[in-house]
Design a protein. Structure first.
Length: 107
């Protein structure tokens, strides 16, 4: 039971900013590696990196509807992933989850 709680804690930390994702990577090292935590680290890291990368380009759009839709989309994805970590479920993020799992498969 303690191992599941520790894995859930690492997964939750991964969703708390990009720094939390980096900290979670170091917490989930070889001797304590958890498949559950690794899954959520990949999801959270991909979500944060794509947010910063795409947000840079969306920032040039001079339209509040485009930027609002962008922020709403990523907030919904973040909530979906965070609730999956809290509930102890390994649900991929809609649209981008499988891509993040393949891209960061070494984590």
């Amino acid at each position: 039971m303690e191992n599941l709680d520790k894995s859930k804690n690492i997964a939750i930390i991964a969703y708390l900013t990009i720094i939390g994702a980096v900290i979670a990577i170091f917490m989930n090292q070889e001797e304590n590696k958890s498949a559950f935590a690794s899954f959520h680290i990949r999801q959270a890291l991909g979500l944060f990196l794509s947010f910063f990368l795409l947000g840079y380009f969306v920032g040039y759009a001079d339209s509040w509807t485009v930027t609002s839709a962008f922020y709403l989309f990523y907030f919904i994805l973040w909530i979906y992933g965070f609730l999956g970590a809290v509930q102890g479920q390994m649900r991929e993020l809609p649209v981008v989850g499988a891509f993040f799992q393949n891209l960061f498969k070494t984590l």
